[in-house]
Design a protein around this ligand. Structure first.
Ligand SMILES: Nc1ncnc2c1ncn2[C@@H]1O[C@H](COP(=O)(O)OP(=O)(O)OP(=O)(O)O)[C@@H](O)[C@H]1O
Length: 298
């Protein structure tokens, strides 16, 4: 469990994190989403005791991170895959971690195997690693002490599609066994497949949170008919707002209500489905628009 209470971080006159509170529960993957500069890394750094908060409190397993005995045995952290010493080999980094945490050295080979770093790669200096290899090494380092909690900042950065799928499977298995996962990304698609819970941050404030399925249901329905302009009028007469998107009309009502309306008016529907991902993406872009670098069309 991770608990954040009224966390604020100011850099001079700039408020990077603004009175943020949330909990991250065990047995689930919590996706921490927000555009560039929204405050995700700052929150995670505060949780891990690397950046002092201006005010508020963060605990992991009911204690401030710094108060955890042998923290690597409880919390696996990957904040910046490139932060490792470039002159060390991957195997050296993991061995150092294992020794510091009091683990058997065999754990190093287990983890190299788990993250798919070959013997030759493990013996190469990190300065010569690709970003994807650094992420794999970072994930291995986070998992080394068999922790109950994982805090991963943009771990999918630099991973190829097979690597991203591998990581999702790994996190799913970890959470299903009772682990707590806080996983950040600025890309909804990267997170929505694996996350059970979503936490959306914009301009340092939490702008949406909740179980992914509930948030998805709340984003409406996509519908297509043999005559969309006519059906749009039917919807408007029923007081339902609709917007045109690439797949048809997006309507803020559930599929059963829209289907019944179409049946009453003899409209032939060719598509009737929860807006799902597209709706969630719209919501994400809308809620964080003030923080985004690009303008979001209304
Ligand atoms: N040490 C610092 N000094 C001054 N400003 C900082 C510092 N660290 C972060 N910031 C600012 O705080 C804001 C939040 O940054 P943060 O790195 O937490 O965002 P993020 O959501 O992780 O973004 P990204 O997706 O780009 O990694 C940004 O405007 C950033 O410039």
């Amino acid at each position: 469990m991770i608990t954040v209470e009224n966390l604020t971080k100011r850099y001079g006159g700039y408020t990077a994190v603004d009175d943020v509170s949330f909990t991250v529960r065990p047995g689930a993957v919590t996706g921490f989403l927000g555009p560039n500069g929204a405050g995700k890394s700052t929150c995670m750094r505060i949780v891990c005791g690397l950046t002092p908060a201006t005010s508020g409190r963060a605990t992991v397993l009911d204690r401030p991170y710094a108060a955890l005995p042998n923290p690597g045995r409880h919390v696996g952290v990957l904040l910046d895959a490139s932060a490792q010493h470039a002159g060390r080999t991957g195997r050296e980094v993991l061995t150092l971690g294992a020794v510091t945490m009091g683990l058997a050295r065999t754990r190093v080979e287990e983890l190299l195997d788990l993250v798919g770093l070959t013997d030759a790669e493990a013996g190469r200096r990190i300065g010569n690693y690709s970003l994807g290899m650094r992420q794999r090494l970072g994930i291995a380092h986070a998992l080394l002490g068999d922790p109950e909690v994982l805090i991963l900042d943009e771990p999918a950065n630099g991973l190829d599609p097979a690597g991203i799928r591998w990581m999702r499977t790994l996190l799913r298995g970890y959470a299903d066994q009772g682990g707590t996962v806080l996983l950040s990304s600025h890309l909804l698609h990267e997170i929505e497949v694996v996350a059970d819970e979503l936490l959306v941050i914009g301009r340092g404030k939490i702008v949406a949170r909740g179980p992914k399925n509930e948030l998805m249901q709340a984003t409406g329905t996509t519908v297509r008919s043999t005559d969309d302009p006519a059906f749009e009028r039917v919807l408007a007469d029923a007081g339902l707002q609709s917007v045109t998107d690439g797949d048809g009309l997006r309507v803020s009502a559930d599929p059963a209500e829209i289907g019944a309306l179409a049946a009453r008016h003899g409209v032939v529907l060719t598509l009737l489905a929860p807006a799902g991902s597209a709706g969630l993406e719209d919501m994400f872009l809308r809620l964080t628009a003030a923080d985004a670098r690009e303008e979001v069309p209304a």
